[in-house]
Design a protein around this ligand. Sequence first.
Ligand SMILES: O=C(CO)[C@@H](O)[C@H](O)COP(=O)(O)O
Length: 225
Amino acid sequence: MNPLVAPSVLASDFANLQREIEMLNASEADWIHVDVMDGRFVPNISFGMPVVKAIKKHARKPLDVHLMIVEPDRYLQDFKEAGADSLTVHWEACPHLHRTVQTIHELGCRAGVALNPHTPVDGLEWILPDLDLVLVMSVNPGFGGQAFIDASYRKIARLRELIQRVGSRAVIEVDGGVSPDNASRLVEVGVDVLVAGSVVFKAHDPQATIATLKQAGRKAHTKQV
Ligand SMILES: O=C(CO)[C@@H](O)[C@H](O)COP(=O)(O)O
């Protein structure tokens, strides 16, 4: 099956954000991935609620908000009000993850948990039945344009097994260094949603790149046969 594609606006032209969002509206992108960074959980600051609200004003696709912040519970409602359709928090930032996930659901959002590259998938076992999404970071979070970490393939395959074993509905999203070169293999090992930043927004034809990523499932299938 073809994956969902969620372009990450972190790599977009912020001076022309409305134009970038309209480009995504007219593309085959399924979700718009929005990276919030606080300079504490990650060594970079991106933007906060006002920018999410500005994106929402123009977006005709769901906003997939990835909170790379400490103490995310303090801001869940604000991001919901800014326009988030799904809220993904980091496993490493949440001492009371079950409660955080409950709050996200009470707000009416899809709930996701992100794992840093060194974080094992096994820690998710008891929360997986409550999740809508698991985001596997395939680079260290904080910056776009980094090289994909190869160990992510095995990690995703193991997560897929765990999801099947516990009977979770969670989809697997991968984020960092995703490109048309690795997309088919990622789908083969179990990815449902491809997040891609630089490869889309730095492309000569971003919409064509998104369309190519959407085709990853077909190529993966062809390879398997
Ligand atoms: O969350 C992050 C980075 O922390 C990502 O969403 C990146 O924005 C993906 O960028 P590319 O690796 O695709 O350039």
